[in-house]
Design a protein around this ligand. Structure first.
Ligand code: HEM
Length: 187
């Protein structure tokens, strides 16, 4: 099983341990603040109906992230600046094969969920370095440049905006994404 980078986890922890969600009483009856994560801010582990799978439930935070991820994949698919890197995926989807899309959506959603503080999932996909190295991941068509990375970030912002994610949260997500640039950009 591959691990998320320590840098990512450390950055995510620092970035998102900021909001107070619940209190417990200390000896002198002073409420002790408990820090909430960005995942909590996105809805956390409250179970809601999964609109994509009738009869199934999903954590509200995961659903919010998956919605952004799926929108972003569609934005990327139409973005000629970077869609050339996704030829394997787009070739499959064009033929009606959604297996790669479903796996990518799931992996990306879990990656972001864990990075924002989700406790109920474990990311088992490729490391960020391996995922973006064509020699290790044949689904990555060519190495990404700095300009590709910037285009990717703008597509994530578009995907998040389409889903009504508040600007402040988009800013926090952006900081996480930028912290991974050195692993993703390999040329
Ligand atoms: C910080 C930004 C990024 C993050 C967090 C990220 C994350 C991921 C993750 C989690 C995967 C799935 C790995 C797996 O299947 O095990 C993936 C795959 C991939 N990423 Fe990224 N990525 C980022 C930026 C980019 C950029 C800038 C490009 C190119 C412009 C890119 C192109 C790809 C491609 C082509 C794949 C394979 C897609 C497929 O399965 O068909 N990524 N990425």
């Amino acid at each position: 099983m591959k691990k998320l980078s320590n840098l990512f986890l450390a950055t995510a922890a620092l970035l998102f341990a900021f909001a107070i969600v619940s209190c417990s009483k200390s000896k002198n009856n002073t409420p002790t603040p408990v820090k909430a994560t960005l995942y909590d801010t996105l809805g956390g582990n409250v179970m809601v109906a999964d609109p994509a799978h009738a009869g199934k439930m999903i954590e509200k935070g995961r659903l919010a992230i998956r919605s952004v991820i799926d929108s972003t994949i569609f934005v990327i698919a139409g973005d000629t600046r970077i869609n050339g890197h996704f030829t394997v995926l787009l070739g499959e989807v064009t033929k009606g094969n959604l297996s790669g899309f479903t796996e990518l959506s799931d992996n990306l959603t879990t990656f972001v969920a864990v990075g924002t503080g989700a406790k109920d999932y474990q990311y088992t996909g490729l490391s960020m370095t391996a995922a973006h190295d064509p020699a290790q991941n044949p689904r990555m068509n060519g190495k990404a440049s700095s300009a590709d990375f910037d285009a990717f970030v703008s597509d994530v912002v578009t995907g998040a905006t389409k889903n009504g994610v508040p600007t402040s949260i988009i800013g926090s997500l952006g900081k996480i994404i930028v912290s991974l640039k050195a692993q993703v950009v390999q040329k």
